[in-house]
Design a protein around this ligand. Structure first.
Ligand code: SF4
Length: 180
């Protein structure tokens, strides 16, 4: 019988994954400092269940992740005409989220429980239900890596994955935490 890694890696060539790595959950670099950046610099702070403080404290996020010992980290890339144009950049995120969900399905198809984290704030609903009502699509919503207090450049370094892939190339990170 094939092990989980083999099953996942055999399916990866069908997906636009650029780089990937297998790590342990204990290798995730968490920091409260990331939250400060969210709070001070991101207009989505306090407006979505996928962002702080809606996702819980960094401690709560760490505890949630601790329930999933395995971690699969990967990137997809998208070429844009101007990486500083947030509208153009964010328009490429949907394709990355679709890949994240496809990879999550591979793990779940092998009987794993998963926790998937993706990039940037959830944009499924025109107007997020936060904070007046629960998330409308908790099974589809992918919290943002940074919202969990994860230092993505440090995670990339640990994984041996390029954090950036050149001018006007957007590099999107995704994480599937899993139990076997
Ligand atoms: S699915 Fe809707 S309610 Fe849930 S986090 Fe995303 S935008 Fe908000």
């Amino acid at each position: 019988m094939k092990n989980l890694r083999t099953v996942v890696e055999e399916k990866l060539p069908e997906l636009p994954v650029v780089q990937y790595a297998w790590l342990g959950e204990e290798e995730i670099p968490f920091s409260e400092r990331v939250r400060e950046i969210c709070r001070n610099e991101c207009p989505r702070y306090g407006t979505s269940w996928s962002c702080p403080p809606g996702v819980g404290t960094v401690r709560e996020c760490m505890e949630r992740c601790a329930g999933f010992p395995g971690m699969f980290v990967f990137t997809t890339i998208a070429e844009v005409t101007d990486a500083a144009d947030m509208e153009e950049t964010l328009a490429t995120r949907g394709a990355h989220e679709a890949v994240t969900k496809e990879i999550r399905e591979i793990f779940e198809g092998e009987g794993c429980r998963t926790l998937a984290l993706s990039a940037d704030s959830c944009a499924i609903c025109d107007r997020c239900a936060y904070p007046d009502a629960p998330c409308r699509h908790p099974e589809r919503m992918l919290p943002c890596l940074e919202s969990y207090g994860i230092i993505v450049p440090e995670l990339a370094q640990k994984a041996g994955i390029e954090f950036m892939n050149g001018a006007n190339i957007v590099t999107w990170f995704g994480v599937i935490l899993f139990t076997e």
